[in-house]
Ligand binder design. Structure first.
Ligand code: NAD
Length: 482
């Protein structure tokens, strides 16, 4: 466990205090303060940028096996300590322990996967169009990568950037969200112990407007990888373009799950509950739009309502809880405003919609379900990021496809069906980066690409071998033989 929370900046291989501190509170129990965490000064941001620039060339030239061993051992420790670190993550973020533990375990798997990728150093060789000239196409590190991550998957989203960045020989400056600093310090402690050279990995805690802004506007950063909201992503795209800095943005979404007329009702209900309510609905891949074909509508809504009644909202570390609180008071207030807005738009509330007062004072909200909603309403067009789903009834499959695609987002979409025709056409016509058949819209693998379309993503894909498009730069060398 972390001993000294005040030492929460890690710059040039040293733990440092910041210029101020912020308190980190448990959203399941606001009387539980997890710790005070440092905020970096602008001088410390520049210090980290200088350290990362200085350290990067030697890291890129470190032997492949040494880099592989370091990354693999970071993964080992995360997996060995997933109960303890999962508890910490759940305590500060509010997702239930099974999800907190699962996130740490998954982060360990990312380190293992990219450790193996380090040894896959395969380039291309070609004959030139000119006689006696050979061409080599190789990849090199981009340089210094700034990683800016959100609070909802505080460890996993960061690690699926940190692991490939380090694997391909880059140095890293990580700015996590201010709501989840403890998990960031815990991961940094592991990275520190495993022999990553000084300056190759740096942790800066602080707000987006100060630390984040300084990073994205720095000409001494070579690439910025970001996960978070569309508004912040847009700012990052503009700032990095001004300095021709490479950027990769994974942003919000509004994901649909279609319940086709031939759906297996148990799979439909199970996938809806996992997609819409797990993680307290605070997932970029959450199924917040349920597009239900009229022939199965009554049967599905009856079964779903029965299942929602069994969802137990409670303290994230209570083993009986199915979902925890939302992350903070601001998020809770925003969710309740959305409930009012949806009612005003004409939506019919059939479950939940209210704040819950439980044994511990926390930011608890009932799982919420609206029916009789229209796709053009703002409740179905904006990302709400709450345990809240809206049902849109459609006449047929063609209308379902139109409703799914009628959005400015494009991260994930799913269909529950037994029909090969429906599933095949769905995979072809849907304008999202991830498509799920008979699965929840949330829940992806680590060895294959992840990302979206439209306003959900910008730049190269993350994860799997596709990550090298962002974390490396291609060099084409020509050599004439005499
Ligand atoms: P956010 O945009 O408020 O913050 C994300 C990160 O950006 C934080 O570290 C924050 O401090 C930083 N930031 C804020 N303003 C900044 C600025 N001006 N310059 C630089 N950095 C700045 O998002 P959030 O509330 O932390 O996370 C929720 C959002 O993340 C949702 O929209 C969700 O859909 C999205 N998300 C997307 C994915 C994905 O893979 N597509 C995954 C998880 C979360």
């Amino acid at each position: 466990m972390i001993d000294d929370f005040k030492k929460s900046l890690y710059i040039g291989g040293k733990w440092l205090k910041g210029e101020s501190c912020i308190a980190n509170t448990n959203p399941s129990d606001i009387k539980d303060t997890i710790g005070e965490f440092a905020q970096a000064s602008s001088k410390q941001v520049q210090q980290a940028i200088d350290c990362a620039n200085l350290a990067q060339p030697a890291w890129e030239n470190t032997s492949l096996e040494q880099r592989q061993k370091i990354l693999h051992s970071i993964g080992d420790e995360m997996i060995e300590r997933c109960d303890e670190l999962g508890t910490l993550l759940s305590r500060e973020e509010g997702k239930v322990f099974a999800e907190g533990r699962g996130e740490i375990y998954r982060a360990g798997q990312f380190f293992h996967y990219y450790a193996a990728e380090i040894l896959r150093q395969i380039g291309d060789i070609a004959n030139s169009v000119r006689p006696n000239v050979a061409v080599e196409v190789t990849r090199e590190a981009v340089g210094v990568v700034a990683i800016i991550s959100p609070w909802n998957f505080p460890t996993a989203t960061a690690v699926w950037k940190i692991a490939p960045a380090l694997a391909f020989g880059n140095s890293v400056i990580w700015k996590p969200a201010n709501l989840t600093p403890a998990s960031a310090v815990a991961l940094t402690e592991i990275i520190h112990k495993k022999g990553v050279p000084q300056g190759v990995f740096n942790l800066l805690l602080g707000s987006g407007n100060t630390v984040g802004d300084a990073l994205i506007n720095s000409p001494k950063i070579d690439a910025v990888s970001f996960t978070g909201s569309v508004d912040t992503g847009r700012k990052i795209a503009v700032a990095t373009a001004a300095n021709f800095v490479k950027c990769q943005l994974e942003m919000g979404s509004k994901n649909s799950l279609v319940i086709a007329d031939d759906a297996d009702i148990n799979i439909a209900v199970e996938s809806t509950v996992i997609g819409a309510y797990s993680g307290t609905g605070q997932k970029c891949t959450a199924s917040s739009k349920l597009v239900v074909m009229s022939a199965i509508y009554d049967k599905f809504i009856d079964a779903l309502l029965k299942k929602i009644q069994t969802i137990k909202v409670g303290h994230a570390l209570d083993k009986n809880s199915s979902i925890g609180p939302v992350v903070d008071e601001k998020q809770l207030m925003s969710n309740l405003d959305w409930v009012d807005k949806a009612k005003k738009e004409g939506a019919e509330l059939i479950f939940g919609g209210k704040k819950l007062s439980l044994e511990h004072d926390g930011y608890y909200m009932e799982p919420t379900l609206f029916i009789n909603t229209k796709n053009e309403w703002s409740i179905n067009q904006e990302e709400v990021f709450a345990p809240l789903a809206c049902v849109i009834k459609v006449d047929d499959f063609e209308e379902a496809i139109k409703v799914v695609n009628d959005t400015r987002f494009g991260l994930s979409a799913g269909i529950i069906t037994k029909s090969l025709k429906y599933s095949t056409i769905f995979k072809q016509k849907i304008q999202t980066g991830c498509v799920m058949v008979n699965l929840p819209t949330a829940g992806t693998d680590y060895h294959v690409p992840f990302g979206g379309r439209k306003e959900s993503s910008f730049g190269p894909r993350e994860q799997g071998q596709y990550a090298k498009e962002f974390y490396t730069i291609v060099k084409t060398s020509y050599q004439k033989s005499f």
